[in-house]
Write a new protein. Structure first.
Ligand SMILES: [Zn+2]
Length: 423
């Protein structure tokens, strides 16, 4: 299918990464930084030039576009989504992409930072990229493959479909979002306007990987109310809330249930912030588990720790408040098994070895899944993300484009034909 096609993903990618789109965690506006719209505008222009007539950016910087169906079959509307912003962890200003053609397994050095070295021993995936063409930044900035790789791949897949009308597909929606890196990527998304049945984010790592599982997440706030008196006359009266908080923290399990002692499918209880005075002290926790019911078990463990400590301070009191944050997308995806099944098939049709992965965190897809758009995460090829060592293989990007096109084809093939009424 791709024999005579010259892929445009790398060429697009190289242009997109030079547009500074860093999001701002300290901002309360949507988008959190206006400059994200600079890339969104370019995407709209390019889509229009391709012939995607309804491409548009809204006031929040979201780009919506439709590739109309070219089949008689009734195919569910499928959305492909990527985020335009880059992480606040490293500068995204003045990104200079560098091409390392036909990589031969050597360590990679950076012109603008002699101390920075991308070593194969630190990133074993580089072994798989021998013979590939790799793109890095020049040492001064991150590259922005997270997630401009996804953006470029979706754009190239759109270009492929438009230039190959013989490839049949249902209605395809494209969605480019701002602010994913600051956790607000879905804050202003208009699901009605999007009008899709199922979706895929293109924001994963190695070629062939597919993520259909995230943590389920709650926040817990423990508020400790001490007993306050004048410190000069406090004997047998004062109970210092800060000291109780310290007691609670030191009573947490030491060898289990924390981020620093868990991996794989294990969840944790993690204190993220303490604030207070002698009178009142607040501890914020995040609770994580792959099983939503497992959150309650961890919350009960935490509650018992707090209760046990409080027994030593009978005149003090506490509040324990649980707040839902996000849920494991797998619980939604399991109700629509075809979404993941078709993605697996598409990866295999692209000649790749499938690698199923779980994310020890959340994605925009986990939020979208619970907003009515079941949405696993497909690989985009991005590596060493959020750092100046970031790298990506052009061949991996092209495989992602192939996978998108195969996936669109699989949905069309599996769809029911039109029911024509008998005269
Ligand atoms: Zn990302």
């Amino acid at each position: 299918m791709f024999n005579n096609y010259s892929f445009t993903a790398a060429e697009r990618f190289t242009r997109y990464v030079q547009v500074d789109t860093q999001s701002d965690p300290l901002s309360n506006t949507h988008p959190t930084s206006e400059k994200q719209k600079d890339l969104s505008r370019i995407l709209v222009e390019e889509l229009k030039a391709m012939g995607v007539e309804d491409a548009q950016m809204d006031e929040y910087g979201y780009v919506y576009a439709t590739l109309p169906s070219n089949t008689d079959k009734q195919v569910p509307v499928i959305c492909f989504c990527a985020h335009v912003d880059t992480a606040p962890d490293a500068s995204g200003t003045g990104v200079k992409p560098v091409l390392h053609k036909n990589y031969q397994g050597q360590d990679i050095t950076f012109a603008d930072d002699k101390n920075l070295v991308l070593r194969k021993k630190d990133f074993p995936y580089m072994e798989r990229l021998i013979g590939h063409d790799i793109i890095t930044a020049n040492g001064a900035t991150l590259l922005g493959s997270d997630d401009k790789a996804g953006v470029a791949e979706i754009m190239d897949a759109a270009n492929f479909l438009i230039t190959h009308p013989e490839v049949k597909h249902g209605t395809i929606k494209l969605l480019f979002t701002p602010d994913e890196e600051v956790g607000r990527g879905t804050a202003k998304v208009d699901m009605q306007k999007l009008g899709a049945d199922f979706g895929y984010t293109l924001d994963g790592g190695e070629a062939g990987s597919l993520e259909d599982e995230t943590f389920s997440a709650d926040g817990v706030q423990v508020v400790i109310n001490g007993v306050i008196t004048h410190p000069g006359y406090a004997k047998n009266k004062m109970v210092n809330a800060m000291k109780i908080a310290a007691d609670v923290l030191s009573s947490l399990p030491k060898n289990e249930l924390s981020p620093e002692t868990t991996e794989g499918k294990q969840g944790f209880i993690h204190p993220v912030r303490v604030e207070g005075i002698a009178e009142k002290c607040t501890i914020d926790f995040i609770i994580r588990d792959f099983v939503t019911d497992g959150l309650k078990v961890k919350e009960d463990t935490l509650l018992n720790v707090v209760k046990k400590v409080m027994e030593n301070y009978p005149t003090a009191s506490f509040d324990f408040n649980v707040q839902e944050q996000y849920r494991n997308m797998k619980e939604v995806l399991d109700q629509h098994p075809q979404v993941v099944e078709y993605a697996k098939e598409a990866i295999q049709r692209s000649g790749l070895k499938l690698k199923m992965e779980s994310i020890r965190g959340g994605t925009d897809g986990s939020k979208l899944s619970y907003m009515g758009l079941p949405c696993p995460n497909l690989f985009a090829g991005e590596q060493a993300i959020h750092s100046k060592l970031e790298f990506i293989s052009i061949q991996d990007m092209n495989k992602a484009v192939e996978t998108i096109v195969h996936l669109i084809t699989v949905w069309e093939e599996k769809a029911e034909g039109v029911t024509t009424s008998i005269p």
